[in-house]
Design a protein around this ligand. Sequence first.
Ligand SMILES: NC(=O)c1ccc[n+]([C@@H]2O[C@H](COP(=O)([O-])OP(=O)(O)OC[C@H]3O[C@@H](n4cnc5c(N)ncnc54)[C@H](OP(=O)(O)O)[C@@H]3O)[C@@H](O)[C@H]2O)c1
Length: 272
Amino acid sequence: MTILITGATGNIGRHIIRLLTAADHSVRALTRDPAKADLPAGVEVRAGDFTDFASLEAALEGATALHLMTAFGPANTTVPNSRDLFAAAEKAGVRRVTLLWNGYAGPVEEAVEASGLEWTHLRPGEFMSNALGWAEQIRTEGVVREAYGEIGHSPVHEVDVAAVAAAALTEEGHAGKAYMLTGPEVITVPEQVAAIAAAIGKDVRYEAEPPEGARERMRALGFEEDAIDYVLGWRADPPEFARTVSKDVEAAAGRPAKTFAAWARDHADAFR
Ligand SMILES: NC(=O)c1ccc[n+]([C@@H]2O[C@H](COP(=O)([O-])OP(=O)(O)OC[C@H]3O[C@@H](n4cnc5c(N)ncnc54)[C@H](OP(=O)(O)O)[C@@H]3O)[C@@H](O)[C@H]2O)c1
């Protein structure tokens, strides 16, 4: 078995690779820049880009399973030519596919459902790792400024998304399932800030930020207006799947989803 992982250097892909290699599966990693990939020894690293179909076809050669991000890059561009991509995957000998959605069921999910592949949809709400965006404010000022922070949400640990992906790529029983992946609790930003403060043993303040202030801050960081609208719209009124608790991590991975307090301990060094 050779399992091809896209987004291999990203938040989810790195953990899928760690889990698969620990279980002695043979892993091939796709990245645009193998020289910078910094992946574990034993992983076969292949150059490839979602915008270069031939590179994907080449990476699929001999693969028996595939983990696919459905969107990529700063504008969350949908992976193009997905019907052709799945046809190439079938031709190469792929049987199982996991798809990491981008918050909605789009053309890539439709294309896999129309293929002959055994698919599993991974549908996370918000990643806990988005909180790494607060690291600089916490390190330099001991503060987190965020708009709509009092509105509860149920972010998921990246390790939990990866654990469900690893199970679906290697075990029977996950084909045709759509897993809603959340953390085990609904939590507010002030509660997340308190968990980070406890993990680093230092006071961290939460300051409610007016939406216009958040807009200005994101503009200064180089965000496009569309992306700012999306983020602020989501924070003001998260979709139901991102503010309720699903049991799907436990059902698919065989253990409870990790708390934000555990995530904060796992990432404490980033905030010190
Ligand atoms: N953040 C969230 O809360 C959230 C929630 C739900 C779903 N998602 C989805 O989860 C996925 C990962 O999101 P993330 O924010 O955590 O990002 P991330 O893991 O940091 O993603 C970056 C990854 O995308 C790869 N990539 C970027 N452009 C590429 C291209 N043109 N061709 C091939 N690979 C490319 C990068 O590979 P190289 O640089 O090595 O080439 C890297 O491995 C995205 O599809 C996102 O839409 C995110």
